[in-house]
Design a protein around this ligand. Structure first.
Ligand SMILES: [Fe+2]
Length: 288
């Protein structure tokens, strides 16, 4: 079944400021119902027939909005789309009714091998056609639009004929899907490839952006590595403020996947995003 096209951000709810649901915090979340606006789950962790993960998820879903975030769609790969994976993804979405489903603008393997890495694509017209056609197939199968995220990268293809932001914006427009803009990934890739992060943000179509990611990275001197194991850096907060001024009210999510801190630290970080968001939009109102 084909769904109605011409996606707008207003098709998606504004969820506020959330954090990733991680195993380390299951008990805390279930027992104390902390004050957080929403959770993002890693879809693959819950694509199972039953057991504790799904019990936890159902209980969390009873109290909080949830978005599903995947790492295995491999939308850019030359392999055929994995129909079993898509069937399981659709079944999970039926169960928890997420605010949206996202995955990455990347490939994670080829010839049936999963490399468990989010690998960048060559930015060419041919890749655009390939990825757009696959996103449309996935959206028709899932009967809903999907949201694609920019990945961080450490190499570039000589074959590329456009910038990363032209590539992302063109694919989102032609596939009619949403964008999850990872502010930290833009910062990391801008440093690694020496491009202007502000120019990237300013080139992304406003009505396509339905979510931001904020995360910490590791600084290796000559390059930055997207590790999700540090606090968000001040420069990334500054970039986030710029993004809020451009895109307006967009749901934001703190990603922290390693060296996971106590839940209170995640709440403080989500609240810092809330404060910056309020300040950025209040300044805009004052200026209007
Ligand atoms: Fe991300």
């Amino acid at each position: 079944m084909k769904f109605e096209r011409d996606l707008k951000r207003s098709d998606f709810p504004f969820l506020g400021f959330g954090v990733g649901l991680r195993r380390e915090h299951y008990s805390h979340v279930l027992e104390t119902h902390p004050e957080i606006d929403w959770f993002e789950i890693l879809s693959e962790n819950f694509m199972v027939a039953g057991g504790r993960p799904l019990e936890v998820l159902d209980a969390v879903r009873d109290r909080y909005p949830i978005a599903m975030h995947g790492v295995s769609m491999s939308i850019g790969s030359a392999d055929a789309l994995n129909r079993d994976y898509l069937r399981q993804l659709k079944a999970l979405a039926r169960r928890i009714e997420p605010a949206w489903i996202s995955d990455h603008l990347c490939w994670t393997g080829v010839d049936g091998r999963n490399l468990h890495d989010l690998l960048p694509l060559p930015y060419t017209a041919e890749t655009v056609r390939h990825v757009v056609s696959r996103i449309r197939t996935v959206q028709d199968f899932l009967e809903r639009p999907i949201v694609i995220e920019n990945v961080s990268s450490y190499l570039a293809f000589r074959a590329s004929t456009m910038t990363e932001w032209e590539f992302l914006a063109t694919i989102a427009d032609e596939a009619d899907c949403g964008i999850l803009l990872d502010i930290n990934n833009i910062f990391v890739s801008a440093f690694n490839h020496r491009f202007d992060a502000i120019a990237y943000i300013d080139a992304i179509p406003i009505d396509r952006v339905v979510q931001f990611h904020l995360a910490g990275h590791a600084d290796h001197g000559t390059y930055l590595l997207d590790t999700h194991d540090h606090p968000v850096r001040d420069e990334v907060w500054a970039l986030y403020e710029h993004a809020v001024k451009r895109f307006g009210p967009v749901s934001a999510l703190i990603e922290w996947d390693d060296n996971i801190p106590p839940f209170e630290v995640l709440i403080e970080t989500a609240n810092r995003a809330r404060d910056i968001h309020r300040r950025a939009l209040a300044v805009q109102h004052d200026a209007a």
